[in-house]
Design a protein. Structure first.
Lengths: 110, 115
């Protein structure tokens, strides 16, 4: 079983729509969780950290469910510029190593 | 602006040659840097952890003699792909870990094409 699993999508949504997707992780001792965004042929860029109580950053909302070992990302009022691959990233308890999911592709159409 | 600089961004080389990729942290000192590889439509896979002043720690399945890592200073780590072959063609990305913020900052990546 992979450490971090994501639905690859693609999620094709119209502008203004809400889109949400999850990521599951296998290591119950994982301590830190992040969502990164990766545009085609570019490096990943940190979108937001995910906190235990859930957190919001503008149109983006992240949730953590430790019991079920998944995190989620919700994008409200989608913009064309939100089109990208969203990478779920998990850090274990003993080191700084990042474990990446394969990414969820979101395409926002006009 | 970029906090991690990675060069070159794109390399095309002949099979059998060696390629060196540099990763620099610009605004902070990084005792730990990481090297990843990403094949098309796949996730980033950690290759090795680069520790300043000591030997790198390689992930299982990564040949340390083929992928030479040097972290000679707190702001520079290099990855040398020795005797590159077409199957080494990939997107190589480095990151530098900023302990104070518990964040890894990524370089822009190096696209390697071996002919």
């Amino acid at each position: 079983r992979k450490e971090v699993e994501q639905d690859p999508g693609p999620f094709n949504v119209p502008e203004g729509a809400t889109v949400a997707f999850n990521c599951t992780y296998s290591n119950s001792a994982s301590q830190s969780f992040f969502w990164y965004r990766q545009d085609c042929r570019k490096e990943p860029k940190l979108l937001m950290s995910v906190y235990s109580s859930g957190n919001e950053d503008g149109r983006f909302t992240a949730q953590l469910n430790r019991a079920s070992q998944y995190i989620s990302l919700l994008i409200r009022d989608s913009k064309l510029s939100d089109s990208a691959t969203y990478l779920c990233v998990v850090i274990g308890s003993n080191d700084y190593k990042l474990s990446f999911g394969a990414g969820t592709t979101v395409t926002v159409r006009a | 602006g970029a906090v991690v600089s990675q060069h070159p961004s794109w390399v095309i080389c002949k099979s059998g040659t060696s390629v060196k990729i540099e990763c620099r942290s610009l605004d902070f000192q990084a005792t730990t840097m990481f090297w990843y590889r990403q094949f098309p439509k796949q996730s980033l896979m950690l290759m090795a952890t680069s520790n300043e002043g000591s030997k790198a720690t390689y992930e299982q399945g990564v040949e340390k003699d083929k992928f030479l890592i040097n972290h000679a200073s707190l702001t520079l780590s290099t990855l040398t792909v020795t005797s590159a072959h077409p199957e080494d063609s990939s997107f190589y990305i480095c990151s530098a870990y900023l302990l104070a913020k518990n964040i890894q900052y990524f370089g822009a990546g190096t696209r390697l094409s071996v002919l």
